[in-house]
Ligand binder design. Sequence first.
Ligand SMILES: Nc1ncnc2c1ncn2[C@@H]1O[C@H](COP(=O)(O)OP(=O)(O)OP(=O)(O)O)[C@@H](O)[C@H]1O
Length: 618
Amino acid sequence: MSAAPAGGVPGEGSPRRPLRHAVAVGLLSWRAGPGLVACQLAVTVVAGLLPTGSVWGTKILVDGLTAGDPDQAFQAAGVLALLGLAAGVLPHLTRYLRAELDRRLDRLLQDELYASVTGFQGLSRFENPAFLDRLRMAAEATGGALTPVTSGLFDAARNVITLVSLLASLTVLSPVMAGLVTAAAVPALIARMAMVRRRVGMLAGLSATARRQILYSSLITDVRAAKEVRLFGLGGFLKSRVLGELATLQAGERRLDRRESLTQSLLALLSAAVAGAGLLWVVPAALSGALTLGDVTAFAAAVAGTQAALVGLVETVAGAHHALLLFSYHAEVTSLPDDLPAPHGETAVLPALRHGIELRDVWFRYDDDHPWVLRGVDLTIPHGASVALVGLNGAGKSTLIKLLCRFYDPSRGSIHWDGVDIRDVPPGELRRRMGVLFQDYMCYDLTAAENIAMGEIEALHDRSRIASAARLAGVHDIVRALPRGYDTLLSRIFFGPEDEGDPQAGVVLSGGQWQRLALARALLREGRDLLILDEPSAGLDARAEHEIHTRLVELRAGRTSLLVSHRLGTVRAADLIVVVQDGEVVERGTHDDLMAAGGGYAELFDLQARDYLAEAET
Ligand SMILES: Nc1ncnc2c1ncn2[C@@H]1O[C@H](COP(=O)(O)OP(=O)(O)OP(=O)(O)O)[C@@H](O)[C@H]1O
């Protein structure tokens, strides 16, 4: 079995089927606020009937006036006044209901998206550009981006109600005209949908351009890139790349805008021609007495109202289309299964480690197209032993750790925890048994205490546990000396104008200080079955390195631990040293065994020792 290279991401063509997604958004809205949806439906029906009501009200009023019937005129005027009141109030009520529904829907969408993403137990999806692209699009569906769909559904319903009632009225006055107005709307609908498809197609075609533009502009503003951008004078180069990509994007938009303007103008011409033809029919009919003045007024208003409702309907559908496309990414990401296969049989219980962890003929590559990173590794980490992994850059040490944490499954072979295949236990269960310091640990923009507590979030309010982990990692005194001790924010990211001159607003730690803090995070998980430390002292000064290693030697004594380090002086106390080369275990034994064997380890150790001695002699 290979490491799911594509991360289980479906093919490019999947974000389609707008109708199905429109129904899904409707159902989600109902889940988010059934009462709000019901109120909006009621308001929509009333608002949809208003134009027809006023057409007939006006006709009855005009006919009443021309016939000299004051009762009919006053009643019609009263009805028109009520309709005017409703027309004034309903938009405000609608706006509030929609905003509230959008807020609730957004919470639901974000909840679903983050639940799905945090539920993916492996890493392969996060290393897959196609998946990351979809995730970015899915995230864009939140934050109110679906408003054109939710509002659109109600707007479309309102326009349909208006249309049907107006067309029915128009049919009473002139069936031919009703048919003509409807027929004129068909090309508008077809043309508008084609425009939307072209625009969406253009956006999809330029998606790589848009991504590059975002990448270049983020390099200009990213604090991590700021040093090199300045030192190497890359500002102008990056700016020209951003503007170049922007020009390509805008050229595509411009072409479409021009085409759309032309099509829209032609459609407007068609509508005007239909309305003009109607007047050509209605004027002689009124002059001959076949139509009353009220009929003429109603006819003109009905034609205008029908055309406006048709345009509204077409625009609503077009506006919702893009948002539906974003939603289709959301629907796709939230329906993806976990990227690690579920256990075949019954889920096994992970026993407390008593014997050891065994890698049996483990082969691994990140992708079927990539070379093998681990080739037939057989290795036992005995319970209670401190094991050190050493090897040159790229030998596969960190990969082996990632497999132990089950971020990926071996392509071949298996890993056993006291005899239990780790693929048969839930990954969360396995990970709860470990404390790990990764080589590329995180620096959270949180307080010092929170940074340590990330190792075990249940300890967030247990200051004594946090402090004792910090002591073990040799960072307690550093944290205590910060302006607000453990409550100091380790970031300047939230630094505002009001914090000007306030050193307590947030501090920036040095690389080595961050490393100690990350070590404290791993050590907070005391009493776990396995402690893994990948380069725990890479960024430390010589004194700190010595101090921490002395402490780690004490800490690891009698505990099952795995240490990766390039500083061979720090691994010599390990019970077992394993040398990895090109994904294979080439030597194993104690420091003395390996030195006596005179192999690669001895050679590297001598090399490092000679450097230190030479420096000492100097
Ligand atoms: N996510 C990844 N996708 C593809 N290849 C990867 C990935 N991570 C690592 N590799 C490749 O796997 C090989 C082993 O990398 P690994 O990080 O395990 O080496 P290492 O022994 O820990 O190296 P170092 O001492 O430099 O930390 C390298 O060739 C690397 O390019």
